[in-house]
Write a protein that binds this ligand. Structure first.
Ligand code: FE
Ligand code: FE
Ligand code: FE
Length: 164
């Protein structure tokens, strides 16, 4: 029987390492997104989320600590792909009226990935009896959801019409 000794605990750690990598990639991408945003307001929203992302990275580090494990990232290939695709499309729409709509769509792709990951990690932490970890993960989950909603609002109230 292959890998019969693997448990939910191992799976939790595996995905935590994936999210640690994903958040670090996002932390590097957000200042660039802020810099190229046409709208001041969008630029500030990206900057604010960059600050939140620093806190989310710290929370992940706290969860590693709670589990007596070293904080280690394992490259999130999904986030690499999302960021790469965003870069390519942003390049194509550079200095167009549709650039902000393009940046928002890319950012929401990131938020949705994070929402699914934090949702899963939170459920697993609860199942594993890691209640303090579940609380930390829930705080990050709520920040991602809030960011996603803000981006939808901004797109529907401003960026989409500007791009049309
Ligand atoms: Fe995040
Ligand atoms: Fe991943
Ligand atoms: Fe986020």
């Amino acid at each position: 029987m292959a890998q019969a000794e693997k448990t939910l605990n191992d799976l939790f750690l595996e995905v935590l390492k994936d999210m640690y990598s994903a958040e670090k990639q996002i932390l590097r991408a957000l200042p660039k997104m802020s810099k190229v945003s046409e709208s001041e307001e969008l630029a500030r929203a990206f900057e604010k989320h960059r600050e939140e992302t620093e806190g989310q990275i710290e929370r992940i580090e706290q969860v590693f600590e709670m589990m007596d494990k070293p904080a280690r990232a394992k490259t999130c290939e999904a986030m690499k792909g999302i960021v790469q695709e965003a870069n390519e499309v942003a390049q194509e729409f550079k200095s167009s009226e549709a650039l902000d709509a393009c940046l928002i769509a890319a950012a929401q792709t990131v938020e949705h990935y994070e929402i699914t990951r934090y949702g899963t990690l939170k459920s697993w932490a609860t199942q594993l009896g890691l209640d303090d970890a579940a609380k930390l993960l829930d705080r990050s989950l709520e920040e991602e959801k809030k960011t996603d909603k803000l981006l939808t609002q901004f797109a529907e109230q401003q960026a989409n019409a500007k791009a049309a």
